[in-house]
Ligand binder design. Structure first.
Ligand code: A1D88
Ligand code: NDP
Length: 445
């Protein structure tokens, strides 16, 4: 592993040098263990502690198959799907690995008693399998997390519709929170040269998801002037949704839960901000009943901030706690676009406000190949910036996931894998200098 790191750090190693480097037989990786899936039984979601279930293990290097690449991972990031994996909710991810393992001889590799997690990476290609022509050892890359087989016609217009669509590092093994990762080569994209390894690894999953959800024709098709209500506007998804709204000429209405988070949104350029803690919205009177008066109070606040207008689009992901309010405050003919249910997946809303006002609910999940590429291109062009706040070591991944689970973080939380320190890997310092304030906006707050 030291030789690999030396080659990356040298800045002069050629593709042939990388190809000649021997690969280690094993590497360090963040895992959950199959024999621990019941460890939190009886605890509330909040009390399930990722620091107890996430391990750093020495694991054997997987065999490289056709169309695949092994990547030396310099940095990765924590996504909420890793939190779900670590607390074994809503399901243990070992069921996904078993199902994938039944597909073919090659996919059997994924069905193991440990799950190497992580759905983002920035690093360097070490080896490519048969049939890979676009990438070679030594290429500096990021990887998006869409894994598809593409053997069915269903996925050929929109790769997210492939019946064998999976999220790498969540529904497949050999994820990015590790020193080496196994990906399909069509997950690879060029690493933006103006970013360090940990900055480049931060946006991938959430940026691509927010792009499809808000911008793409498969999502809400946001346009100039739209009022866009963004829940968790300084969080993982929300910090990119806010940037897309601002860059696309829309008017974000940012919902956050503290003055510090409100300040981050303001510094991104948002003007309409609602602190949900300060304003103390209680959309649920008790476990079973919502309070439409609170939806109305929330809607009135939005109207105050927009000069009397309702929202064209709601960027939804909190789920059960907010969904009734989201449907209510959307304007006639508007769109609620949802990709998640952090607070519970059995949503309740008053359907009269949906059909009588001709609103639409759109389900959205990650992004297809093209959308992920376009989202990464916006990062590479400096139009959208990483929202990295804090960086942990691989050993501290449990703590990093705990921070995200407990909503103690801002934006994105990074993890150094092979990178010995922060700030390495910048290849275009001139471009970086032009954007450095925006790149650092979320740091250390
Ligand atoms: C990028 C980052 C993303 C995120 O962070 S997202 C947040 C984290 N993700 C989650 O929380 C999602 C976790 N996943 C799940 O909870 C489950 O994964 C799903 C609920 C999405 C699906 O559950 P399942 O049990 O896989 O699906 P089923 O459809 O209930 O069961 C599969 C069996 O049901 C059959 N079936 C499917 N549709 C129908 C139908 N319409 N009529 C009859 N049967 C149906 C199938 O064929 C299959 O059958 P057979 O087991 O024999 O293969
Ligand atoms: N389907 C897909 O492709 C994807 C789905 N997801 C899912 O989306 C969800 C959010 O992910 P991500 O943005 O990375 O997570 P983060 O935790 O980084 O951000 C979410 C933010 O939402 C806000 N929030 C959380 N709970 C509530 C609540 N009950 N009511 C109102 N606001 C709330 C919080 O902001 P504040 O406290 O400031 O209000 C929080 O910071 C997760 O469930 C994740 O699994 C994520 C990426 C892709």
């Amino acid at each position: 592993m030291k030789d690999i790191l030396d080659a990356i750090q040298s800045g002069t190693a050629t593709s042939a040098d990388y190809a000649a480097l021997p690969l280690p037989e094993s590497y360090r990786a963040v895992t959950v263990h199959k024999d621990e899936t019941e460890m939190f039984t009886g605890l509330t979601t909040r009390d399930k502690d990722p620091r107890k279930s996430l391990h750093v293990d020495e694991v054997p290097l997987p065999e490289l198959g056709p169309g695949e690449a092994l990547v030396a991972v310099m940095a990765s990031s924590v996504n909420y799907n890793s939190v779900w994996t670590s607390i074994f909710e809503p399901l243990s991810t070992f069921g996904f690995l078993e199902r994938y393992g039944r597909l073919s001889e090659l996919t059997k590799r994924h069905d193991l008693p440990y799950h190497i997690i992580g759905s983002d990476l920035a690093g360097v290609v070490l080896r490519t399998g048969p049939g890979v022509n676009s990438w070679k050892p030594g290429d500096e890359v990021v990887a998006h997390c869409l894994s598809v087989e593409l053997e069915s016609s269903d996925g050929h217009n929109d790769t997210m519709l492939d019946p064998e669509q999976r999220i790498w590092g969540f529904e497949t093994n050999f994820g990015g929170l590790a020193e080496i990762a196994l990906v399909k080569s069509n997950q690879l994209m060029p690493k933006p040269g103006h970013l360090s390894w940990e900055e480049a690894a931060a946006p991938g999953l959430v940026n691509s998801t927010a792009y499809r959800q808000l911008v793409s024709r498969n999502g809400a098709q946001m346009k100039q002037g739209d009022n866009v209500l963004i829940w968790g506007a300084s969080g993982g998804l929300g910090s990119y949704a806010t940037q897309f709204a601002l860059a696309g000429g829309a008017n974000p209405i940012c919902v956050v839960s503290s003055p510090a988070k409100a300040e981050i949104c303001r510094s991104m350029g948002a003007e309409a901000i609602i602190d949900r803690t300060a304003e103390d919205y209680k959309f649920w009177k008790d476990e079973h009943n919502q309070d439409p008066k609170e939806w109305k109070r929330f809607g009135k606040r939005i109207r105050e901030l927009t000069g009397g207008e309702d929202v064209d689009i709601v960027f939804e992901h909190p789920g059960r706690e907010t969904f009734g309010a989201s449907v209510y405050v959307t304007r006639k003919g508007g769109t609620i676009v949802t990709c998640a249910s952090t607070s519970g997946y059995n949503h309740e809303y008053d359907n009269r406000y949906l059909w009588m006002s001709l609103k639409r609910i759109i389900g959205s999940h990650f992004a297809n190949y093209r959308e992920a590429w376009e989202a990464n291109r916006l990062i590479a062009k400096g139009k959208i910036h990483p929202t990295l706040s804090k960086v942990y070591s691989l050993e501290e991944t449990g703590q990093a996931a705990y921070d995200v689970h407990r909503n103690l973080h801002q934006g994105k939380v990074g993890v150094l894998c092979l990178a010995p320190e922060e700030g390495l890997g910048v290849r275009n310092p001139e471009m970086r200098a032009r954007h450095v304030d925006a790149i650092n906006r979320f740091r250390n707050i």
